[in-house]
Design a protein around this ligand. Structure first.
Ligand code: ADP
Length: 229
């Protein structure tokens, strides 16, 4: 369970990016965060992974208020909540396999465990046949699937995605959505900030809409367009 309680975020330049956000996301949910540019979607994601700190309020992850944890606990938080970015952020000198394995190597896992987990993660995103390729040798959609495999390889119970299909064509975006759906079907909570109205409308999942830093709508099986935003 993830819970935002009366969360405010004001940046140092005085911009109030989020005001009084209250949101509960049960384990296993699939949530789209929508709203126009500047509405506050990325700020919510940044607060959730402690890339930014709240100005006021609480964010509970499994009943722990992550706004209060010391900095040295942040890597542990990010093993609990993995992130997928719009621009993939793969290591160019590592192969597909090595990019995914890296997340486990830094945890000190054995070679055998790494091999098993990486193979499984790459299977889930349908990329086993590309494991020896370098990022320069694969497409944008495949790169995004590698970054999803990297996000899930440590079995994080939550995955947050900031515009994961933003740089991809429609067909490729659907492949990414299929990969996210498979992961959600296995029980992982997925939170996805997006502008892709066609995907949101077809996916028929929970849609939380932000406008000027406030939640203006929260609908199960919702659509992208709504009179309030
Ligand atoms: P979205 O992801 O919906 O486009 P953001 O969360 O990025 O929205 O931005 C919300 C508001 O906060 C915008 O007005 C944006 O300009 C502002 N903002 C975002 N990041 C910063 C920052 N680091 N410093 C100052 N203002 C910021």
């Amino acid at each position: 369970m993830i819970k935002f309680e009366n969360v405010f975020k004001e940046y140092s330049n005085g911009v109030m990016a989020l005001s009084n956000i209250n949101l509960e996301i049960p384990k296993g949910d699939f949530v789209f965060l929508v709203g126009s540019s500047g509405a506050g979607k990325s700020s919510m994601i940044k607060l959730l992974i402690r890339e930014e700190k709240v100005t006021r309020g609480k964010i509970l992850v499994h009943d722990e208020d992550i706004t209060k944890i010391p900095n040295y606990m942040i890597p542990k938080l990010r093993r609990n909540i993995s992130v997928v970015f719009q621009d993939f952020r793969l290591l160019p000198r590592k192969t597909v396999y090595e990019n995914v394995a890296y997340a486990l190597e830094i945890l000190g896992e054995s070679k055998k465990t790494i091999n098993r987990e990486v193979t499984q993660a790459l299977e889930l995103v349908n990329l086993r046949d590309k494991m020896k390729c370098y990022p320069s040798e694969i497409s944008g959609g495949e790169s995004q699937r590698v970054s999803i495999a990297r996000a899930i390889v440590n079995n994080a119970p939550h995955i947050v995605c900031d515009e994961p299909t933003g740089n991809l064509d429609d067909h490729t975006a659907w492949e990414i959505m299929q990969a996210l759906k498979n992961i959600n079907d296995e029980g992982t909570t997925v939170i996805m900030a997006t502008h892709a109205a066609n995907i949101v409308d077809k996916f028929n999942k929970r849609v939380v809409a932000l406008k000027d830093g406030s939640i203006v709508s929260d609908v199960e099986g919702g659509c992208y367009y709504h009179e309030n935003y």
